[in-house]
Design a protein around this ligand. Structure first.
Ligand code: NAD
Length: 297
């Protein structure tokens, strides 16, 4: 493939998919409100990390846009872990709060795992609580991490059944790579998880019908690693001189792949939409209602 080869891949428009998902969520929120239930999402931000502030602001805006209540708790960076745990305890006990999200990263004096595991698992809309991790891994009803859930929705929309497909997940983080692998397994794909010590990554990639890249290195996955016709999901968000770029060399990969997500406008918008989906699911479960259609794996 050369730079003159035309781009042949279908663009997977995560922005449009996420907008449609939010509209469907808003419809379901309206019908819940007709029955006297308003879903509520509490977001806790400790410190002044600029990227986290941007995320929290857009999470609050989109929460309100779909008709849910948004509760923001901004705490100074020097807040003690005990004070944060006390706040989480109050949110756990508050019947108006259906979802709790503690924005990561936390300041270095805090034990992230201890904080996450203090959240009521039923309100853990990020799906990071150890119980939800275990439930996902054992095929039980869980709260599923938002970014991999968004990737799964895009893959199912594009491919229908994932059964028997060779899937390669590049990255083994707790928030993306590992839960992504679990979700793909659950859909009966044959899953390989690659990471920084993996040998022969390009060869593994050339066998994959599905590639999910979650590495955090700009343009890392090369076009000639992609199997012709493969579906490529680029989770990476890397800030460079030219703005945001993904983990996949988009221009080269889009000449070989069957379908590919752009960065920005691919997986990114799905993450917040899935956070709202999880909040709706948590609200339904808290009120003894069936899981909302199409929002859970
Ligand atoms: P992480 O740093 O926790 O994990 C990166 C993973 O990449 C590790 O498991 C590591 O083993 C693997 N890796 C590193 N070098 C490698 C190499 N040479 N070959 C193969 N694997 C290698 O990152 P993360 O939190 O999983 O995030 C990954 C990327 O996804 C980042 O760019 C992040 O900004 C982005 N992200 C995007 C969203 C979204 O909403 N779109 C959400 C979360 C993360």
């Amino acid at each position: 493939m050369t730079a003159t080869t035309p781009i042949s891949a279908t663009l997977i428009d995560g922005k449009a998919f996420a907008a449609d998902l939010r509209a469907r969520i808003a419809t379901q929120v309206r019908s819940m409100k007709d029955n006297g239930i308003t879903p509520g999402l509490a977001v806790v931000l400790v410190g002044e990390d600029p990227a986290s502030q941007v995320y929290v602001k857009s999470k609050g805006r989109m929460t309100r846009e779909v008709g849910m209540n948004s509760y923001e708790h901004r705490l100074p960076a020097e807040t003690s872990q005990d004070d944060l745990l006390a706040l989480i305890g109050r949110l756990n006990d508050d019947p108006d709060v259906n979802g709790i999200l503690v924005q990561l990263p936390l300041p270095p004096h805090m034990d992230e795992a201890a904080v996450i595991n203090a959240i009521d698992p039923a309100k853990d809309v990020d799906g990071f609580h150890i119980l939800n991790v275990g439930r996902l891994a054992t095929g039980q009803k869980a709260m599923v991490p938002c970014t991999p859930l968004g990737c799964l929705m895009l893959l199912r929309d594009r491919l229908g059944s994932l059964s028997g497909k060779n899937a390669l997940v590049i990255g083994r983080s707790n928030i993306v790579g590992k839960p992504m692998a679990q979700l793909l397994l659950r859909d009966s794909a044959t899953v390989t998880v690659a990471h920084s010590r993996t040998a022969n990554l390009p060869d593994l990639c050339r066998q994959a019908d599905i590639v999910v890249a979650a590495v955090g290195r700009a343009n890392f996955v090369q076009g000639d690693w992609i199997k012709p016709g493969a579906t490529v999901i680029d989770v990476g968000i890397n800030r460079g001189d030219d703005g945001l770029v993904g983990d996949v060399d988009f221009d080269a990969a889009a000449r070989v792949a069957g379908a590919i997500t752009p960065v920005p406008g691919g997986v990114g918008p799905m993450t917040i939409a899935c956070l709202l989906a999880n909040t709706l699911t948590a609200t339904a479960r808290a009120n003894g209602l069936p899981d909302p259609q199409g929002l859970t794996p």
